[in-house]
Unconditional design. Structure first.
Ligand code: AHR
Length: 502
């Protein structure tokens, strides 16, 4: 089987911003406690943060990190998480049926972000709270001093403001599971009012209004139209959230998940542009794809969910999905989809980062290791630079139950003219056939292949685990040949590949 790609530097889609490689840390399960924070662990520093986890997060290459939720934020009182630790209250976290100790709060998390070299993106609670509490938090984080809440921050040990630029106006407010879930009309009004108030306090904030928590919500499309009808002038981004999993053994459809992500993005762009047209606005709304991943939600729904009036554990093992090679191929393809829409998806957050549907796993008192999904993220984040390029792709197709006829191969390229670098990312969705791909790279001029990595395995369900943490890793693709401006390489079945040229 063969496929052909043409890379042409003239066909730029948009700049691949660093904010496309964001992450997400929610107070959920063992993400914070017994994840990034474990006082007493042999690698932990004086603040209780695990150095082995810090090193892996740095290697992953994560730009902005969304915090502290997620569903958690819709019941969160931010004041609980600042001030002297011994005075911080223990609270019920209704979203995940857990106890929140507030041992790690805003100041500690910000200090951890300095260690990993990432920026803070904060979500405000628009579930059980409203505009005033959002303003209070913004005053606490962004006002230099001389007011009650900025002085409280200073008294709590932080002289300089946190200077948080990007803010989420609540989380998944379209979801009936969300504390304080509202209709699109009610949420749109609240989001608009809160956004305006926040801008009165700090005109430089970038604001994300909640879109749909999945393209398969019954309100999808109409939710975006109504919410933006209220908040269009007040916000910069609308969010998208999407999780994919293999269902009922249908690997063919699962491998084509990026087709769904493409359609999702294009539908939200169309809806936002419709509102723009109706309003006669010259402002364009971008997408913050601030939750995306492979997640076996059906497992959480049926097995992991905690309940009971007397049962509120601290840091339970929740959503600890163990990812396979096939999961990582889909994951790499989702990154291809995000880059393909770099003109409108200008911010994204992988959900999540450590232990909870995460590329990094830890064992209390034990090691930290890379899941299969770690590799496509780390390599794409490092190599995708400059402009995303529209490709001419000729490839065979196959038929899926979920998405109809789809391409067997998917790919995207990026080009950084200043650095003289290009990258090509490819997946082969075939379950049994290798694909020989030729890539016309003549437009790049005189280049060499600098790196070629392929992730695949004879066992597509192979995983990295505590017992075997390095079972799966990408290897150098030795089949790559570059001759006369044409690259030729072989993509094994169910594989993800990254090439760097320069
Ligand atoms: O990432 C896990 C959960 O998924 C988040 O808390 C929520 O926003 C989404 O439903």
């Amino acid at each position: 089987t063969t496929a052909h790609l043409t890379v042409d530097t003239h066909f730029a889609i948009g700049t691949v911003r660093r904010t496309l490689f964001g992450g997400f840390v929610e107070h959920l399960g063992r993400h914070v406690y017994d994840g990034i924070y474990e006082p007493g662990h042999p690698s932990s520093d004086e603040e209780g943060f695990r150095a082995d986890v810090v090193d892996l997060v740095r290697e992953l290459g994560v730009s902005t990190i969304r915090y502290p939720g997620g569903n958690f934020v819709s019941g969160f009182r931010w004041e609980d998480s600042v001030g002297p630790r011994e005075e911080r209250p223990r609270r019920l976290d209704l979203a995940w049926h857990s106890t929140e100790t507030n041992e790690v709060g805003l100041h500690e998390f910000s200090s951890w972000l300095d260690k990993v070299g990432s920026d803070l993106m904060l979500a405000v609670n628009l579930g059980t709270r409203g505009t005033q509490e959002a303003l209070d938090l913004l005053e606490y984080t962004n006002i230099a001093g001389g007011t009650a809440l900025s002085e409280r921050r200073i008294a709590n040990g932080r002289t300089q403001p946190f200077g948080v630029r990007t803010w989420c106006l609540g989380n998944e407010m379209d979801g009936p599971w969300q504390l304080g879930h509202r209709s699109a009309d009610d949420y749109g009004k609240l989001a608009s009012q809160t956004a305006r108030a926040m801008r009165q306090l700090d005109p430089d904030v970038a604001l994300v209004v909640c879109g749909s928590s999945s393209a398969h919500m019954p309100t999808f499309g109409e939710w975006e139209r109504v919410v933006l009808g209220h908040a269009y002038d007040d916000v910069d981004y609308i969010s998208c959230h999407a999780y994919y999993e293999e269902k009922n053994g249908d690997l063919g459809s699962f491998l084509a998940s990026a087709v769904d992500m493409d359609r999702f993005i294009e539908t939200v762009v169309a809806t936002a542009d419709h509102v723009k047209a109706v309003r006669g606005s010259d402002k364009t709304i971008d997408i913050s794809f601030d939750e995306w991943n492979v997640w076996y939600i059906s497992r959480f729904e049926n097995v992991d969910r905690i309940g009971g009036i007397d049962n509120w554990p601290v840091a339970p093992r929740l959503l600890e999905d163990v990812y396979s090679v096939a999961d990582a191929v889909v994951f790499g393809n989702l990154l291809i989809s995000l880059i393909r829409h770099a003109d409108r998806v200008t911010s994204a957050s992988l959900a999540q980062l450590v232990n909870v549907i995460a590329p990094i796993m830890t064992e209390p008192g034990g090691p930290a290791w890379r899941q299969t999904t770690f590799f496509p993220f780390a390599i794409t984040s490092r190599l995708a630079q400059g402009e995303a390029l529209e490709l001419k792709l000729d490839a065979p197709t196959y038929v899926t139950t979920e998405y109809g006829e789809v391409s067997l191969v998917d790919a995207i390229a990026t080009h950084d003219s200043e650095a003289g670098r290009a990258a090509v990312f490819l997946v082969n969705r075939s379950q049994d056939e290798a694909v020989t791909v030729t890539v016309d790279v003549a437009s790049l001029g005189d280049v060499r292949v600098l790196e070629a990595h392929t992730l695949s395995d004879d066992d597509v369900y192979a995983k990295n685990t505590l017992a075997e943490p390095e079972r799966v890793a990408p290897r150098a693709n030795e089949t790559v040949v570059l001759e006369g401006g044409v690259l030729t390489l072989e993509l094994p079945p169910v594989s993800w590949t990254a090439l760097s040229l320069g």
